[in-house]
Structure formats: C-alpha cells, structure tokens
Ligand binder design. Structure first.
Ligand code: CA
Length: 254
C-alpha cells in the first residue's frame, strides 16, 4: 500500500474513531440530509435511518452516542422507537433528542414521559439542533468525568458521579443522563428546596435565559419518571408547592 495513503489513514483514524456517533432517524430525505450535513461538519459521525424499524436495527448493530429521532415516521412511530429503546437495558440511558412537528403541549408532555432528553419543534434551525446535541452530550460526559471518585448517598441510593453509575440496594438504576443529573442535583443539596429553574440550570446545564425557554413542566416530567425508577425512595423527593423540589431523607434511613 502507498505509504502516503497509510499515513493519511493513520492521521485521520484516531480522530474519527473518537468522534461521537449520532443516529439520525428521519423519513423526510431533505431534512435527514440537512441534519447529517450539519452534524458531520461539526465533527460527528452520522448514520441515518428512514424508518423506525431501520433505527432499531441500526442501534442493534452498534449503540450510538445519541439518537436524533423524528416522531412522525412511517410504520413504527418515533414514540414507539423511544419506548422500545427505554425498555432495553443497553439503551435505557441512551441520549435521545426528539424532533416533532406537533406543537400541542400534550404531545410534548407525552414524549417527555416516554423519556426524551430534549425536544425540538419543527421547523428548527440546523444550528439550534447542533447546539442541543452538543449540550446533551456535554451533560452526559460531565456526569461521567467530573468530581473524580465522588460518591453521593441517600439511604439505599448511591451515585458514583465519576463513573456515572446509580445503584439502589446494590442494584443498578438505569437513569437517562438528564435523570442522573437531576438526582445528583437533589442529592448534593439534600434537605434544601431547589426551584424548578435551579434544577433546570443544574441538571440541564443551561444558562438562565435558556432555562426560560425550556418549560418548567419538563422538570416535573423528569421528576415523575425519576420517582418511579426510585421506588419507595421516590417518596423522599418532595414537591414544595409553588416552588420546586427537595430530597428529604427520613430519620434513621441513612
Ligand atoms: Ca417525519
């Protein structure tokens, strides 16, 4: 083989191998191509799927770092794909950014309950999509790398912040990156009430002006799902009416 070619492959490979992989699931070819173009330009490796079934097959071959998922797909819908991903242990925490053409609040809430990490309503700017993707991945990486070796405990729940692992009674809890950061925020300030805006800024890693654009209902939805996953410990996440939430560990439950 031509040595110059070998050298050029070696120059390129390490960077390509470490670039985050994004699976784009979108049946409209123009939109899929536009998203793929923007993400590739920003250094992501992109694979596309045009149906829900194709998406699940692609994930089955290799789990990507993030999925951009259109809700309205022929055959298996985006919601069904998301539900299916959340049911499998291997993809329960896979970050998913949902694209929706629907503007209705109820649809938005339903999608969040299914476990989307973030939402974009069509039409969106490709730049906005790239920023959202980067933000979700940053959150998930921060959870994995910050505060080396730090363990947070609340009763039977242990968060290994550096390993990005959550366990309850020694059993692994499958949390999405957003749920993990939310639980981390609650555990770091246990006993203290935090407003929805504070939780948005901490768990979603956004600035105040961005927090204003994200529905505070988003926090409520994620809290609800977190409580469900935490079982009886979920009752310790208290709603402070008209303000926010706090984690209150009962006496003797240490
Ligand atoms: Ca569509």
């Amino acid at each position: 083989m031509d040595t110059a070619l070998v050298r050029s492959i070696m120059d390129i490979s390490p960077q390509r191998a470490s670039a985050p992989r994004v699976l784009v699931v979108e049946d409209e070819p123009d939109i899929a191509a536009l998203i793929a173009y923007q993400l590739t330009r920003e250094g992501f490796r992109v694979e596309t799927a045009s149906t829900g079934d194709q998406a699940l097959m692609a994930v089955g071959r290799e789990i990507p770092d993030l999925v951009v998922l259109d809700r309205m797909l022929p055959g298996l819908s985006g919601d069904e794909v998301l539900r299916s991903l959340r049911q499998e242990a291997a993809t329960q925490s896979l970050p998913v950014l949902v694209l929706t053409a629907k503007r209705e609040q109820e649809d938005r809430i339903q999608g969040l309950e299914l476990g989307a990490d973030d939402y974009l309503t069509k039409p969106f700017s490709p730049r906005e999509l790239v920023l959202r993707v980067q933000s979700i991945l940053r959150r998930s990486e921060q959870g994995a790398s910050e505060a080396g070796g730090r363990l947070l405990r609340a009763g039977p729940v242990v968060l290994d912040v550096s390993a990005h692992e959550a366990t309850m009674d020694g059993e692994e809890l499958s949390l999405t990156p957003t749920e993990f950061r939310l639980l981390q925020a609650l555990m770091e300030r246990r006993g203290r009430t935090q407003s929805r805006r504070q939780l948005l800024e901490r768990a979603w890693d956004v600035e105040s002006e961005v927090a204003d654009r994200i529905q505070t209902r988003t926090v409520d939805m994620h809290i609800r799902r977190l409580r469900t996953k935490l079982g009886h410990v979920g009752d310790w996440v208290e709603t402070v009416r008209g303000f926010g939430y706090r984690l209150k560990v009962p006496e003797g439950a240490e």
